[in-house]
Design a protein around this ligand. Structure first.
Ligand code: HEC
Length: 148
């Protein structure tokens, strides 16, 4: 019984940590949700599965965080970089995508993107997003192939 209680409290602590990871202070969830709906959902779908040729964010997008250039890629893609969102709003939307759609592809060590990072990455738009995507994918281990 004691062992059971011990195990239970352990899982409880893990659960709480996972939950707090999902609630960064700077994230205005409603605004992020609305901005996703207005600017991204048309191609990425409500649940991030991707419509037509658009790659799935769901269960996959966190993989890009395994390198700094992958992190930058999430902002440098045309859909992100050219959106009418401010740097704060874009950071918020992409963080929200990562939190709600990353699933197992998102590492526990994930640090949310800051508006300052977004500003820097945005100034380096990608000319050929598909080629950059393949180059990055060839470099990192895929955490969860669920969506591809
Ligand atoms: C016109 C369609 C379209 C819109 C609108 C769009 N995207 Fe995308 N997005 C794509 C496509 C296609 C890719 C794959 C890379 C490429 O070819 O541009 C992509 C890739 C991404 C990626 C990298 C994921 C991967 O697997 O390559 C992220 C992150 C992303 N988009 C975020 C956003 C955000 C945030 C918005 C809204 C602010 C948005 N996108 C709007 C089409 C779109």
């Amino acid at each position: 019984m004691r062992t059971l209680l011990f195990l239970f409290s352990f899982f409880w602590i893990v659960e709480i940590n996972a939950a707090s990871r999902l609630e960064p202070m700077e994230l205005d969830k409603n605004r992020a949700q609305l901005n996703y709906m207005l600017n991204c959902q048309g191609c990425h779908a409500k649940d991030g599965r991707g419509l037509g040729d658009v790659p799935a964010l769901k269960g996959f997008v966190g993989n890009f965080l395994s390198s700094n250039e992958g992190r930058a890629y999430l902002i440098r893609v045309p859909g992100s970089a050219n959106s009418p969102l401010t740097d704060v709003e874009l950071a918020e939307v992409v963080n929200r995508i990562l939190f709600t759609m990353g699933d197992k592809s998102l590492s526990d060590a994930f640090k949310p993107l800051t508006p300052e990072e977004v500003q820097t990455y945005r100034e380096q738009p990608i000319l050929d997003a598909k080629a950059e995507r393949s180059r990055l994918l060839a470099k990192f281990p895929i955490r969860d192939k669920l969506a591809q």
